[in-house]
Unconditional design. Structure first.
Length: 123
C-alpha cells in the first residue's frame, strides 16, 4: 500500500485507538485526537492527507471543525463518521465540502477505500 497519513478524530478514545491500530497494521500512518481543539491544532501544525472526523463530539464537533477548515481555506479531504440517526449531519457535512461520510460502526475496508479515493483525488 502507498504511504498515507491520516488524522482520526473522535471523542471515543477506544474507537480512535482501535481504528488507528488497524490502519497502522495496513501501512497507514495515523495521528489521533479526541477533541476538536486538538484536532484543529494538529491540522494547522502538521496537515494530514485525510481527516477522519466524528460528527458528534462535545465542544467543537465535526461540522464546526469542517466549517473552520473552510474558513481558513484548508483543503484537506474530510471523511465524516456519523452515528445512527445522525445522517442529516453527514449530509450537512457533504454540503460543506466533506469528501464522504460513513456510518458508525464503520467497516474498516470501506474506510480504507475512502481514504485511498480521497488521496487519489486530492493528492
Amino acid at each position: 500500500m502507498d504511504e498515507y497519513r491520516v488524522l482520526i478524530v473522535d471523542d471515543e478514545k477506544e474507537l480512535v485507538t482501535t481504528i488507528a491500530e488497524r490502519l497502522q497494521i495496513r501501512g497507514i500512518q495515523t495521528d489521533t485526537a479526541t477533541d476538536g481543539e486538538t484536532a484543529l491544532a494538529m491540522i494547522e501544525e502538521n496537515p494530514p492527507q485525510v481527516v477522519v472526523l466524528d460528527v458528534m463530539m462535545p465542544g467543537i464537533g465535526g461540522i464546526e471543525i469542517l466549517q473552520r477548515m473552510n474558513a481558513q481555506n484548508i483543503k484537506i479531504p474530510v471523511i465524516l463518521l456519523t452515528g445512527y440517526g445522525s445522517t442529516e449531519q453527514g449530509t450537512e457535512g457533504m454540503e460543506l465540502g466533506a469528501f464522504d461520510y460513513i456510518m458508525k460502526p464503520c467497516d474498516l475496508n470501506i474506510l480504507i477505500s475512502k481514504i485511498k479515493e480521497a488521496v487519489k483525488l486530492y493528492g
